[in-house]
Design a protein around this ligand. Structure first.
Ligand code: SF4
Ligand code: SF4
Length: 449
């Protein structure tokens, strides 16, 4: 019996049409636009001004607070501007725009592919310091600064590290390619994470629809057995949203993360496979987070692909490299179709949290006509958080925020299972997101932060 989470869940078609596409390096664009807010927390603060020359890997923005992340230049070139630029939603945010003049890297970065296997000797605080200096954030899309996640608050102690290799979002395959193509480096990164946390229970959860990744991880754990701590590869049932942090903790350890709490409450820290690879590169190669693997896919895309992309590259350049926008394109989504967000500006840049770009046809993207709720209870049955989505949506429509909070709207993980299931096509997630944002604002005001 494969492990899974016990409550709710759905089985959308996985459409992993880019799974067999080996990662290829996307050519450098003419300019990159590097947002100063690519992470949860305070925006970074620019360290460069118009006219400065920068190298690949050079620090261009310092963390703007405790929960923030450093940002490094993904290219070598000339700073054209430090000014607000429109992001994926069209909303402007501060960014550094750099004209690409070449590809000269900081000399401190080791660009060799020689595998460094050490993960049991380094001082944990030195590992965390390197992670912070490299600007690493959660690369599964959450973008929480990793050094903060590795420093539990007073009174909390981790005993278990879970690496998220689930990639349960339909279409996306970037994590799958990382597990297949960068297996050894990723596993050393896992060892470094375990060393930083001081834990010995280490698991990598992978959905069972990636047998080649499971096999590669198990084989490489065997090959590197002299260097790595014991790591258990856990095949998981294919069930969305298996990659949700709370669902993954429950599936792998049986522990239940309480409402409103984080996995550290039950002794667990969850990190994405891409983050583990970035940690290997930061610690052993001195390489900051300047590039990542991005899936570009969709049924109308001529060449569904996985690209290694420098941050700041326009999304339109990735789509072009995958064969261009199909004539019937109706919607471009940043992230997967379940949890991603529609992009209104495809010239927006790739950022640290961009795992994929999914292009839907007009027919796929069309909103089907909403009808009245038929009280079937389907949305309640599939909710993995045990919420009542029909009720939360109605409370948001009526702006009844106290009742929304009491109903647990802030526990919603925005998985979209309720909207996917609803036979009446009620846009449940849209309403619940609205309610969650408003209740979050009220709670922050109440706490005076
Ligand atoms: S209410 Fe939130 S957590 Fe529950 S199914 Fe809907 S989107 Fe997912
Ligand atoms: S799934 Fe849709 S129709 Fe069924 S109870 Fe929920 S909101 Fe109503």
């Amino acid at each position: 019996m494969l492990k899974s989470f016990p409550k709710g869940g759905i089985h959308p078609p996985d459409n992993k049409i880019s799974a067999g596409a080996a990662t290829s390096v996307l050519p450098l664009p003419a300019t990159v636009t590097v947002p100063l807010s690519q992470h949860i927390g305070a925006p970074a603060v620019a360290e460069v001004v118009k006219g400065d020359n920068v190298l690949v890997g050079q620090l261009i923005a310092k963390p703007g607070g405790f929960v923030s992340a450093a940002i490094h230049s993904p290219v070598s070139g000339t700073v054209l501007a430090v000014e607000p630029v429109a992001g994926a939603s069209g909303v402007k945010g501060m960014a550094v725009t750099i004209r690409v003049d070449g590809d000269e890297w900081e000399t401190s970065i080791d660009r060799s592919t020689t595998l460094v296997t050490d993960c049991g000797q380094m001082d944990p605080s030195a590992i965390i310091a390197k992670i912070a200096a490299a600007g690493i954030v959660g690369m599964g899309g959450a973008t929480f600064p990793t050094q903060v996640k590795l420093s539990p608050p007073p009174g909390k102690k981790a005993d278990t590290l879970i690496i998220n290799g689930v990639e349960c979002e339909p279409y996306l395959t970037s994590d799958h390619r990382v597990m297949l193509e960068r297996t050894a480096e990723t596993l050393v990164g896992v060892g470094l994470l375990a060393r930083a946390l001081g834990v010995s229970n280490i698991y990598i959860g992978v959905e069972n629809n990636k047998p080649d990744a499971i096999e590669a991880l198990r084989r490489t754990v065997g090959d590197l057995v002299r260097f790595l701590p014991p790591i258990e590869i856990v095949p998981l049932k294919v069930q969305y949203p298996q990659g949700g942090e709370k669902q993954l903790v429950k599936a792998v350890t049986g522990r239940e993360v309480p409402s409103g709490a984080l996995p550290i409450e039950v002794g667990c820290v969850v990190q994405n496979v891409g983050t583990a690879l970035a940690i290997y590169e930061a610690v052993h190669k001195n390489k900051p987070l300047i590039e990542r693997v991005v899936t570009v896919t969709g049924k109308g895309i001529a060449r569904p692909s996985n690209f290694l992309v420098r941050m700041g590259t326009p999304v339109s350049a990735l789509i072009e490299a995958a064969g261009g926008l199909p004539q019937d394109a109706g919607k471009v989504i940043g992230g997967g179709p379940m949890m991603g967000r529609a992009m209104s500006n495809i010239d927006a840049p790739v950022t640290k949290g961009t795992s994929g770009i999914v292009v839907m046809s007009g027919r796929e993207a069309a909103r089907r006509t909403e009808t009245d709720c038929i009280k079937c209870g389907g949305c309640v049955t599939v909710c993995p958080m045990g919420l009542e989505p029909y009720l939360l949506a109605r409370l948001a429509q009526k702006q009844r925020w106290d009742e929304s909070e009491a109903g647990g709207v802030t526990d919603c993980i925005e998985c979209g299972s309720c909207s996917y299931t609803c036979p009446a096509r009620v846009p449940l997630l849209d309403w619940i997101r609205l309610g969650k944002a408003e209740v979050g604002r009220i709670i922050r005001a109440r706490l005076n932060c």
